[in-house]
Design a protein around this ligand. Structure first.
Ligand code: PLP
Length: 396
């Protein structure tokens, strides 16, 4: 049986239309298939590969740590240098109130942990989430996501959650002294790159302060330089009470985190003890990989180049068939008149060696999120290929 058929038979399928290419190697901005074709990864594994695939320094860190030790015990018992060193590095790069890291396996687990923490800290249970927001697929995170189609089949979900529109006055009005937390993406990813109005997000922060409500910012996709600053919230002059990280956090290895003040985190240690437990969260190999990846991102100054690269996207991604463009750093949604048009263009892009797709809650928009290490020349060539694909579909 071909590997493709074995894949269809033995790997649980999450859709009827997987990309379904057999990939055999990934390096830098490229992924190579079994036929030897190279694809430029315009998705970066959904903002995981911000420094490209299998960066040599990350590979060495993984090899060294795997040879030293891998998993030893459940989270939080032994002192493990890779966890401590990475937590120290992350907190030194964050505002003083974000000084304590809880490492998880995934982004969804970070969301879960933060939701539990908000309940413990505030002694409240009501939470506010946003329409078209994505925070993960486990049941707590699923309860928070902003799309009825994805939620409905799994009811009953968590009670007490209100969904409001991003950038709306209703969101501010919904926050009161019975609210435990507001969970939002600093820049909404799966709605098709939607940025917050700077005054609106500040008003959300103020309303949370007024009613002692925790503001949880999800930067699982927006973090690690994607939007042009290390953390997206830096651009809006606000600081969350809890920050959610994942994706690029692990340098290509699985890792998530929720980060808060030590005083808040202390509520997880008593009554009950072990307020959040995880076996593999903060895996030492993932922490070593993540730290090596973050060092590369910072030392090679990739974030400083993001603004110029965003301008290249804006300059070259132009065509009458495009109905809207939304960009935040090296992250762009290109919207067409219909899913059918978008789908046809995406298929053309893949045929031309550019891997892309649509957004979970916006299927008329194409995703452009290449690794931040892409050079300006590579980016310009990529843009020209995209415009060619658009032109070919428009003229078909
Ligand atoms: N939050 C955001 C903004 C995401 O994009 C994702 C994943 O796509 C998650 C949370 C969940 O992360 P994970 O898939 O690691 O559980």
């Amino acid at each position: 049986m071909s590997l493709r058929n074995q894949f269809l038979q033995h790997i649980a399928q999450t859709s009827n239309a997987p990309i379904g290419l057999e990939m055999v190697k990934a390096e830098g901005i490229y992924i190579h298939d079994a036929d030897g074709k190279a694809y430029l990864d315009m998705i970066s594994g959904f903002s995981v590969a911000n420094i490209g695939h299998s960066h040599p320094k990350v590979v060495v860190a993984v090899q060294q740590q795997a040879a030293q030790y891998m998993h030893l015990i459940v989270y939080g018992e032994y002192i493990q240098q890779p966890q401590v060193a990475y937590a120290k590095m992350l907190t030194e790069l964050l505002p003083a109130s974000l000084n304590c890291v809880y490492f998880t396996n995934s982004g969804a687990e970070a969301t879960e942990g933060a939701m539990k923490l908000a309940k413990r800290v505030t002694n409240r249970t009501k939470m506010i989430g946003f329409n078209k927001a994505y925070h993960g697929s486990t049941q707590g995170a699923l309860s928070m996501i902003g799309d009825e189609y994805f939620r409905n089949a799994y009811r009953p979900l968590l009670p007490g959650i209100t969904h409001v529109d991003y950038n709306s006055q209703a969101a501010i009005n919904a926050i009161d002294s019975t609210t435990a937390c507001v969970i939002m993406e600093t820049v909404q990813a799966e709605s098709g790159i939607v940025q917050p109005d700077p005054n609106w997000i500040k008003a959300i922060r103020q309303q949370c302060d007024k009613h002692c409500v925790l503001l949880i910012l999800d930067e699982i996709q927006a973090g690690f330089g994607r939007t042009g600053s290390l953390w997206a919230f830096e651009q809006y002059g606000i600081v969350p009470d809890i920050l959610l990280l994942g994706k690029a956090l692990g340098g290509g290895m699985p890792l998530g985190a929720f980060i808060a003040d030590r005083k808040l985190m202390a509520t997880l240690t008593e009554n009950p003890v072990l307020g959040h437990i995880t076996t593999f969260g903060g895996h030492p190999v993932s922490c070593a990989a993540g730290k090596a990846g973050l060092e590369v991102l910072l030392e090679d100054n990739y974030i400083a180049e993001v603004a110029a690269k965003e301008q290249i996207l804006l300059q070259y991604i132009q065509h009458p068939a495009i109905v809207a463009r939304r960009a935040s750093g090296l992250w762009m949604a290109v919207e067409f008149d219909s899913f059918a048009t978008n789908h046809a263009i995406i298929k053309k892009c893949i045929a031309k060696g550019l891997i892309t797709d649509w957004f979970l809650f916006n299927d008329r928009s194409m995703r452009i999120a290449p690794p931040l290490i892409i050079t300006e020349t590579e980016l310009t060539n990529m843009c020209k290929l995209i415009v060619q694909a658009i032109e070919e579909v428009a003229n078909a």
